[in-house]
Write a protein that binds this ligand. Sequence first.
Ligand code: SF4
Length: 485
Amino acid sequence: MITKTDFLRYKQCCKYLWLYKNRKEEFDSTVGWIFDEGDEVESYACKLFPGGVSAFDDDIPAAVAKTKQLIESGQKTIYQPTISNWKLFCRSDIIKLNPKTGEWDIYEVKSSTEIKDIYLIDLAFQKICLNEAGMKIGKLYLVYVNNKYIRRGDINPEEFLYCTEVTGEVENLIDEVGMDIQLAHKVLDNEGEPKVVILKQCHSPYDCGFKDYCWKHIPEDSIYDISGSLSREKLEFLISKGIIKIKDIPAGMVTKPNGLRHLEAVKTEKVFIDTKAIKNELSELQYPLYFLDYETFGPAAPLFDGYRPYQRIVFQYSLHVKKSPDADLEHYEYLCREIKDPTSELAVSLRSAVGPQGSFISWNKSFEIGCNNEMGARCSQCADFLNSINDRMYDLMQCFKKGYYVHKDFKCSASIKKVMPVLVPNLSYKKLNIQEGGTASESWLKVTDSKINQDERDKLARDMLDYCQLDTLAMVEILEVLNKL
Ligand code: SF4
C-alpha cells in the first residue's frame, strides 16, 4: 500500500521511499521532512466550507470507516476524509459533493503563499486514489495563503486564503502520476536498496532525513560543498567520471566566483586574505560599535493586527556595545515574555541602550534592515529611530561574501555558523541548548505560553538569551580578528 506522503517521498527520490519503509531506524526526524500538511491554516480553510464534518481519527482503519459512513449517510462536506483501496491510501483535506453532478470536489490546503508543482502532483495522487476507491471526482482546488492579507481584528478566512481551481493542470499530470505510482510499487517490492546518484535531491523539495545514512561515504571537501556553483549536469558528469573530491574537478568547470575561490582554497590548502580590501571595508566603521542581532517568528496566520502572513514578529534582540577600541564590552538584551506585539517595547528598550553616533554591525544586514522597516511601518513613534539604525548599519558578512577572507572550512559559505568556528574556535554553538535560529524562533510560542510550567519557561528564556547573545559576541570577536590582520 502506498500513502500520499509515501508517494511524495518517492517523487523526491525513490531511495527515500524505500529507506522509509525498510530502514526507518536510520531516519533523522529532526532534519527530515516536514511535508506541508497545511495544519496551521487548515482550520481557517474549513471555515470556507461550513457545515462539514471531520472524519479524522488517529487510528487509520477507524478513519477509513468513519469516512465511508459519512459518505453513505449523505454528508456533503467532509474534512480530512481518509480513503483507501487495496493499493493506495490518502487523507485529503476537504472534499465537497456537487449535488448536481454527484461528483466530489477536492480541496487541498497548503500553508504556502504560492502554487508549487509538488502540490499539483499531490492532488493528482488524491484524484487517482479516490477514483480507484469508486468515487467520482469533479473539480480540484488548491487553498493557500494570500501573502497580501493584513490582519485587522479576527482573521477573515475569505481574505486570508486564496482558493484556486487547478483541475486542468492536475489532469495533465494524471498519466504521469499513474505511471509513477506503478514504479513506486516496484521500488517497494524490491528487496534490495535502490541505487541512486546523489545530485540535488536531498534538500529539494524537502530536507531528507536519511542524509547521514546516504552521505556516509562522502569525503571531506567533496564536490557537494560547491554544489551551488555546479549545475545538475556538471554534477552528473563529475560523478560519472568518479570525481568526488573538489581538488579533482577539472579546470574550467567551476565558473562562479565564490565556487572558484573555494576550489582554490581547497586545492592550495591556503587561506586567502585580502587585508587591504578588508581594511578598506572596515574603514567606514565608527565607534561606538553596536553589534545587533534580532530573533523573529513568522507564523502563517498572523497573530496580531497589522501583520501579514509570515511577517516577522521581532521578539528578541541582543546588543553588544564597544564604545571605543579599549573600552569594556557592554551587553544589552530584550526578550518579550508575553504573547503580544513586542514592536514598541523592543524599540524603547533598544533606544535606551544606544546613542546618536556610531555604527551598527549585523551579519546579513538585509534581515535586520527589513525587520526595522517593518517595525517602523507598524509603529510610527519608533520609525525615525529604526530608520536611523538602518542608515548606520554595516554588514560584517560582506568581508566573507565578497571573498576577502576565504578558508576551505567555510565550506563555500559566508554564514556566521561556518565562519565563527574557524576564526573564533573558543566560541561554540554546540555548548548551547539552542543552536540555531529555527529552534529559537519556535521557542517563542513556548516561552510565552502561560500553560507551560514557569520554571520550564524561565529555563527556555535563558537558553534563548544565550543563543542570541552568542550571535552578537561572535561578531565582536570576528571583527577583532579582522582588525588584527
Ligand atoms: S538522502 Fe538523498 S539520496 Fe538518500 S534517500 Fe534522501 S534524497 Fe535520496
